[in-house]
Design a protein around this ligand. Structure first.
Ligand code: AMP
Ligand code: ZN
Length: 470
């Protein structure tokens, strides 16, 4: 059996990974709060842990890995959106989950084995909170139930900080009914018009942290192998998950290996709406950047290092993936034995995807410049190796169909801008109208602004219908 080594945030060491049960390797990753499109930063843990899922399936067998990633569908941000738009909560969360699936599918992320929604596990959360109250780890106060942080001696072990340091450094919510400022909410009352469920503490809803503890317990048991998420979740979210689970299930280990991905930035700056460099995965896909290229860039930096998204990297990755597709064409006949052992060496060394992507890059260059490399065996090797990383999962024909549309559309938008400029002079808009009708008929939304013409392909986009225009 291949040896996998992973850096465990809990011990701050690179450790040999030994699953509790090699026949059922179990992983939990914190998923999104579903009220809006996923931004590019949200895609980083998805792609990182998808790659780990693929590696585990490669090593232990496709049917011997269970991967759980939740949807947080009860949250004050969702309530706020419902109040602002007048829409039903379920409508908003269903729509957002649909977007999430479409966007993450485009990045080549496999669907996890289970994708529980928090609202489907309220009963399990209530049962867990009742157990914590019974054992003295939680208390009821002013309609709330709070976790008594001082009752769990190991609190802070994951982030390596003492409770007192954490109080000093964190923005803890001070409330008059808390015994200690560090205590956190397990259950809170719901006022009218806000989602809620009947509970022993009245009509209310869960705090955020309890959902992951309850769903992990229900779907993976009291001890499982890997828990993942972004580094921003380490404290307080993961610290709180550990405290709840360890106190509710004293004999369980909860998660044995903790993995955290570092944050993503854009062109050297924190991604934020106020800096104007905030974008969603869908924004990039709509600009014609294929999901596979986004994935390639995300994996080119090791998950434990901060990463910088740049347009330059996206262009380079586009070129590499194009070369790789040139090499493999529409090949489907290959198997596990064709996978380069070097890629497995890289991935088993704490998921060194940066080195793995360099290897793929090297293979692309070899194929491109060396006639001696252009053999059917090398093509198989490229395809099988890239597939372990979730790259080259389609065929070259599909790639060309997808990418040609980006090129064609940019050319068409320039043409359309020119026609519009001429029409302004002659005051004859018939040609502009004709072109707009043809584009709309082909499933392309035409957005005209002062700056120019933006063509956005919708899901009904059919490039064949544009041939007459090219
Ligand atoms: P949220 O919906 O905000 O809870 O985030 C979902 C996931 O995205 C969590 O695992 C976060 O840690 C992760 N995440 C959020 N922002 C970033 C970022 N800029 N870079 C990397 N991961 C992020
Ligand atoms: Zn969580």
């Amino acid at each position: 059996m291949v040896t996998i080594r992973l850096t465990n945030s809990k011990t701050r060491k690179k450790e040999v990974f030994e699953p509790l049960d090699p026949n059922n390797v179990r992983m939990y990753v914190c998923g999104p709060t579903v009220y809006d499109r996923a931004h590019l930063g949200n895609a980083r843990p998805v792609v990182v842990f998808d790659t780990l899922f693929r590696l585990l399936r490669h090593v232990y067998g496709t049917d011997h890995v269970t991967y759980v990633r939740n949807f947080t569908d009860v949250d004050d941000k969702i309530n706020a959106k419902a109040a602002a738009t007048g829409r039903a909560i379920r409508d908003i969360t269903d729509e957002t989950i649909g977007w999430y699936h479409a966007d993450m599918d485009a990045l080549g992320a496999l669907r996890p084995t289970h994708e529980p929604r928090a609202t489907e596990f309220i009963g399990a959360m209530i049962a867990m909170i009742e157990g914590l109250v019974a054992k003295g780890h939680a208390y009821e106060a002013a309609g709330h139930v709070l976790f008594r942080v001082r009752s769990y001696a190991d609190y802070g072990a994951l982030s390596g900080r003492s409770v007192d340091d954490m109080i000093a450094g964190a923005r803890v919510e001070v409330a008059p009914f808390k015994e200690d400022p560090m205590d956190f909410v397990l259950w809170k009352p719901s006022e009218a018009g806000v989602p809620g469920w009947d509970s022993p503490w009245g009509f209310g809803r869960p705090g955020w942290h309890i959902e992951c503890s309850a769903m992990a317990y229900e779907l993976l048991g009291e001890s499982f192998d890997i828990h993942g998420g972004g580094l921003d979740l380490q404290f307080p979210h993961h610290e709180n998950e550990i405290a709840q689970s360890a106190c509710a299930h004293e004999h369980g280990a909860f998660a044995r290996y903790w993995l955290h991905n570092e944050m993503l930035q854009v062109e050297g700056k924190k991604m934020s709406k106020s800096l104007g460099n905030f974008f969603t995965v869908r924004d990039l896909l709509d600009q014609g950047i294929p999901g596979e290229v986004i994935r390639f860039v995300l994996l080119s930096t090791h998950y434990r290092k901060p990463m910088d998204w740049t347009e330059k990297k996206a262009n380079e990755a586009f070129q590499i993936v194009s070369y790789l597709y040139e090499a493999v064409g529409d090949l489907t006949d290959f198997d596990k034995l064709d996978v380069s052992p070097r890629i497995i060496d890289d991935l088993t060394d704490d998921l060194n995807t940066a080195s793995a992507m360099q290897l793929l890059h090297g293979m692309a260059v070899n194929w491109h410049i060396l006639d001696s490399a252009k053999t059917p065996d090398y093509a198989k090797k490229i395809k099988a190796t890239a597939n372990v990383l979730g790259i080259l999962t389609g065929t070259q024909s599909e790639w060309l169909a997808r990418t040609r549309r980006g090129v064609d559309l940019s050319r068409l938008s320039v043409r359309m801008s020119e026609l519009r400029a001429q029409a302004k002079l002659s005051n004859d808009y018939s040609q502009v109208d004709r072109m707009k009708a043809a584009l709309t008929g082909a499933g392309v939304e035409v957005r005209m602004t002062k700056e120019g013409v933006n063509l956005v392909p919708g899901h009904r986009f059919d490039p064949a219908k544009l041939e007459a225009l090219l």
